[in-house]
Design a protein around this ligand. Sequence first.
Ligand code: NAP
Length: 282
Amino acid sequence: MEQRVFGGTGKQVPVLGQGTWQMEEGDPDEAIRSLRAGLDLGLTHVDTAELYGHGRVEESIVSEAIAGRRQEVFLVSKVMPSNATYAGTLAACERSLKRLRTDTLDCYLLHWPGSHPLEETVRAFEKLVADGKIRSWGVSNFGVAELEELVELAEPERIACNQVLYHLEERAIEHAVLPWCEARGIAVVGYSPFGNGRFPRPDSPGGRVLEAVARAHDVTPRQVALQFLVRRPSLFAIPKAGRVAHLRDNAAAASLKLSRDELARLDAAFPLGAYSDELPML
Ligand code: NAP
């Protein structure tokens, strides 16, 4: 599995990771097997959040999947904006650590911009780093205006990543957020790479191009999509697979190489769309 430097952490992190949102809605044993199979295949970036299943995903699924394997995992969780005061962030982190049965997170994110002063959240993140509770921190769903506010409070090297919505039919980050993060060495983690289950239909114009490229490589359209979404060195993707078969399909995308011509065809088949100040999120 290809690894890349994860923002200012300097750590090598696999280009494909594993999402865990809504895992509690499926078969939890299969989800645990899927996460473990992912670790076996090098998808060691595991993304979770206190929000997911109101803590149940951290407590009953991720903690089980990483039990005895913590050292292999690049473990990421997120604080809810409503908890992101100074004291609230510290407390939320403690709760996540307890649910995950670990003593440290590799990265801790603010889930989306909220109404509490960002300065408090950043101060709490730095306190958690100093105390060894987290190794790095970042943000999620931050547009350029919010990122500009953030770099008034912290050097860009302190910000590991910005986790944002990114799939073939939602490429808004490419207008401004992606170049802004790239210029400052901040990793861009694309979430919902399959549109949270709304993957392009094979009979749609874009879907037909995806199918054609996939056929040429004898791979699946999802594998093509994943490779497209990590085609720049700042990019990571965190597909969620609650089933082992899906996980294996996604992991195999790592070895796919798309030509410049294929990337151009995909680029044209899934147009970027107009710029908006509003960053889309799920
Ligand atoms: P996604 O990864 O775009 O899509 C997940 C869906 O695709 C699931 O229904 C899954 O089915 C299915 N799937 C996965 N691999 C497949 C395959 N090879 N073939 C067919 N179907 C496949 O959706 P997501 O969960 O929204 O996004 C991924 C992760 O990003 C989340 O889990 C979460 O960790 C993170 N995220 C973050 C935010 C944020 O605000 N920061 C927001 C949304 C998501 P099965 O589960 O049945 O395998």
